[in-house]
Write a protein that binds this ligand. Structure first.
Ligand code: ADP
Ligand code: MG
Length: 248
């Protein structure tokens, strides 16, 4: 059951959702309850088909849920996707500035802000490149800069490292942690990499499939910055591995 701290950015209580078509009726999510405290880093993990992406869509209001309640104590959510989802016809800087344009920020202001965000993710030098001329890691960094440009009070990331090679993913993860610390932003991340989840998160939510449900929640109270070679770290990794093994 969710604790219900007054400063929670997000509180879900018994949220259920289903997809119906002529052939079948799928419970995508059943009785999902958890909360995300302001400033926390919360990860969601679980097998493919557990409803993780559906849950993110519901949180963002892109999809209706069937029952239960979603309390959204945030005003400017931003999303980073697995497949980057950049506009191919816009340069890196224009991709980053896009959200600001939608928000009515004048051209000069949004270009300055976009350039600053690109710099923060180490991509100032490719500001004028189009996505097709960027590597996967660079595209994901543009996606992150675009998300940060709107000064989000909740950052939702759906498997942001999945399409990246290990070295690129490690570098992006380190930068993300730096940004999280610097901004005190609240992050909710779907991530199926167990050591990453332990390294990044205050709490890990483990979902199961058919129906999509919460199986376990693990609080990770290791001090930060986390030593990924320490015994307590490995103990947590083992613990989470066991939990995931027992649910799948
Ligand atoms: P995950 O992100 O955990 O892999 P998804 O949220 O993508 O899971 O999907 C959860 C379940 O809902 C799956 O069984 C999937 O087939 C089903 N599903 C997802 N989107 C749709 C849709 N638009 N129509 C019908 N079923 C869907
Ligand atoms: Mg998914």
């Amino acid at each position: 059951m969710p604790n219900n701290p007054p400063d929670a950015k997000l509180v879900l209580s018994r949220v259920s959702a289903r997809f119906t078509d002529d052939k079948r009726d799928v419970y995508a999510l059943k009785d999902i309850s958890f909360s995300v405290p302001a400033g926390a880093f919360v990860s969601i993990t679980g097998p493919s088909g557990a409803g993780k992406s559906t849950l993110m869509r519901i949180i963002l209001g892109f999809m209706e849920h069937e029952s239960g309640t979603v309390v959204r104590n945030f005003e400017r959510p931003a999303m980073v996707f697995q497949n980057y989802a950049l506009f191919p016809w816009l340069s890196a800087i224009d991709n980053v500035a896009f959200g600001l344009k939608m928000a009515g920020v004048p051209k000069e202001g949004r270009e300055r802000a976009a350039r600053e965000k690109l710099k923060e993710v180490g991509l100032e030098h490719v500001a004028d490149h189009y996505p097709s001329a960027l590597s996967g890691g660079q595209r994901q960094r543009v996606g992150l800069a675009r998300a940060l440009a709107i000064s989000p009070d909740l950052l939702i990331m759906d498997e942001p490292f999945s399409n990246l090679d290990t070295i690129t993913a490690e570098a992006l993860k380190a930068d993300l942690l730096k940004i999280w610390r610097a901004y005190g932003i609240t992050i909710l991340m779907v991530n199926h990499l167990i050591p990453d989840a332990i390294e990044l998160s205050d709490q890990v939510i483990v979902m199961g499939a058919h129906p999509g449900r919460i199986e376990k929640m693990l609080t990770v109270d290791l001090p930060r910055p986390r030593d990924t070679r320490s015994t307590p770290f490995f103990t947590r990794v083992d613990q989470l591995t066991e939990i995931i093994r027992s649910v799948s």
